[in-house]
Design a binder for this molecule. Structure first.
Ligand code: FES
Ligand SMILES: [Fe+2]
Length: 341
């Protein structure tokens, strides 16, 4: 049965809830972390932090994508410290242990190991990695379902808009003073469009905003007004993978949990190769930025009010807020809390 009310406000700032989310949700879901086009040759690597875990993403000698925890098996230093680069092997900057591009420990120089040391058992810790739509996804649970299965019908929806001639246009990153769910809640409804997004409201027929909530994703569609070139197609896959269409090309978006009261919103804009950088930036680029800034002005203020203890929960529209209700239901199921909240 659809939920008629929001989650209670403590879900949006409690440290213990945040730890449960990392453990029971984010460590088991596929997370988009990078672009495959940025790893252009064998040995190319990127390092990053995702949900608090330092990781390495690289191409091995056969050009396959690999991901590892960026933690040396000796005394836990980061094996690679640069943000990106190219290497033939990885040498830990602390005591010089050397790993190959498959994460296997090749050499522990001048170590004088005890008899119980087994070099074979000191490979870097693996992370699952897959590629789709030019994006690299990782899963910290190495026994997870594959990405294709995880994406399910969401893959076919993106495929309707995804063209093979897309090139990367730009990346936008914003650290927002809000819990990741405060941001997702806002994404999951079009009820606020007429007031918060005046230009978007002029371009689409807001009253006909429709949501299809299925499996673990929501597809938002809203008809464009004649001549607006705004098809109004958006989609979210639990917990934080999003696409937006603003005319030409496609925008991929993610909402990373950083701390209980902070999230990072990352957008990657892709344009068709036959559209010039300036042309795209002046239209779709500006559009995405404007809509995003309008939301970012509002969301931290909501977050502040969720933390004061004055407001506990609120009612949800059965027409316009089914996406929020769907998200909360899925979320509680993943945390095994659906019976209690
Ligand atoms: S921590 Fe990496 S070699 Fe010692
Ligand atoms: Fe919005």
């Amino acid at each position: 049965m659809a939920r008629t009310k929001t989650l209670s406000s403590d879900f949006y700032h409690s440290s213990s809830i945040f730890s449960q989310e990392i453990e029971n949700i984010f460590k088991n879901e596929w997370l988009w972390v990078a672009r495959s086009g940025d790893l252009s040759q064998a040995g190319s690597y990127i390092t990053t932090d995702i949900i608090g875990y330092p990781i390495i993403i690289l191409r091995d000698q056969s050009f396959n994508l690999k991901a590892f925890h960026n933690v040396c098996r000796h005394r836990a230093a980061k094996v690679l410290s640069a943000k990106s680069g190219a290497c033939k092997h990885m040498i830990c900057p602390y005591h010089g242990w050397k790993y190959d591009l498959n994460g296997k420990l090749m050499d522990a120089p001048k170590f004088f190991a005890h008899d119980d040391f087994n070099q074979e058992k000191h490979s870097l810790f693996d992370i699952s990695i897959e590629e789709r739509f030019g994006l690299i996804f990782i899963n910290l649970n190495t026994n997870s379902q594959d990405l294709c299965h995880w994406l399910g019908g969401f893959d076919a929806v993106i495929s309707q808009y995804f063209q093979s001639n897309l090139v990367h246009h730009s990346e936008l990153r914003f650290d927002v003073h809000a819990n990741w769910k405060t941001y997702v809640d806002n994404y999951q409804e079009g009820y606020h469009i007429p007031i918060v997004h005046p230009q978007l409201n002029r371009d689409v027929v807001w009253q006909e905003y429709a949501l299809e909530n299925k499996d673990e994703y929501s597809i938002h569609s809203v008809p464009e007004r004649r001549g607006s070139n705004q098809p109004g197609s958006f989609g979210w896959h639990f917990p934080n993978f999003i696409f937006n269409i603003y005319g030409r090309g496609i925008v991929f978006q993610r909402i990373e949990p950083l701390k209980p009261k902070w999230c990072r919103v990352v957008y990657n804009l892709f344009r068709p190769s036959d559209v010039s950088e300036n042309d795209f930036e002046n239209k779709e680029g500006k559009y995405q930025l404007e809509v995003s800034l309008e939301d970012q002005k509002l969301v931290p203020e909501i977050q502040q009010n969720l933390q004061t203890g004055i407001y506990n929960e609120g009612p949800l529209s059965k027409k316009y807020e089914t996406g929020v209700s769907f998200f909360h239901g899925l979320y509680l199921k993943k945390l095994n809390l659906e019976k209690t909240k």
